[in-house]
Design a protein around this ligand. Sequence first.
Ligand code: BDR
Ligand code: CA
Length: 327
Amino acid sequence: MPETPAKKAILMDCDTGVDDAVALLYLLADPDVDLVAVTTVFGNVGAATAARNTLSVLDVAGRTGEVPVAKGSERTLIGIEPELATDVHGGNGLGGVDLGEPAGALSPKSAPELIVDTVRRRPGEVHLLATGPFTNLAVALRLEPELPALVSGVTLMGGAAMAPGNITPAAEANVWHDPEAAHAVLCAPWPLTLVALDATMGEVMSEAQRLEMAASASPVAQFAARVLDHYFEFYRSIYGEKSCACHDVLAAAIAVGDIVPKRSMTVTATVDTGFGPSRGATVCDLRGMYKGELSQAGANCTVVLETAGDFSATVVERLIHGKRSAG
Ligand code: BDR
Ligand code: CA
């Protein structure tokens, strides 16, 4: 009998948020993914609202009570009260779509505790996917300094290597929300993949695709279409038409190996933690590109610069039909 390949164990840390919700639904629709826990952080909304939204997403996916959810930081690593992104994601973070009280309950653990406990129980198996500010990961690193050796890898949605920022001219939102945390996470010795704006801004979902999900028979896709409506309006000011970038769901797809980047470089990456105009900028050492050197000696951060540009079709297909088996 051929051996059944093991499911990919993913722990997702997020600020659920419209596109975090879509990423969660994408992973939950994949029978080859074992979503071992979800931990939440401030960012798009507060960490408590993000946790509530995560429980609602689990309800929509028919997975109530199956995945532990823990609430994490409401403030940055250095204790700054955050500015939330409710203008982008709606007051409740789900584009104003209110499903009422979720059926599931939160874990009594804090997000960093749940990260550390989960990874310790399965050393070398769990991949961390972070799609919000990196505060919980930075706190988890303080709780368990051996964390980098205990995970199978880390994928982060964040940063802008050569592309402009989306919060300031220099900074991407997840990094800008907590630059000190992002710096600590980028400097830790774990195998990192940084899915930067350079790639995610090139993966655009159209209004026609959103309407296709709305008209489908899938409650999951219908929900995604509803929460995306407000988000799409926000992106009108960026792309000139109703649509959106696929940020967090692209990082999820890369984390589970659904997408192989078209262009990436493995380099050192740090964050500007100063308080000048480039606070929160990701400083990726891409100088090797001029001589075709895509990998810097000793570096552990693979920065994704470009993907094929047709990923939104996969997202729509996945949310409407689930994952089709290969062959
Ligand atoms: C990131 O910021 C948040 O608004 C999104 O959820 C995504 O994680 C994009 O910069
Ligand atoms: Ca996010």
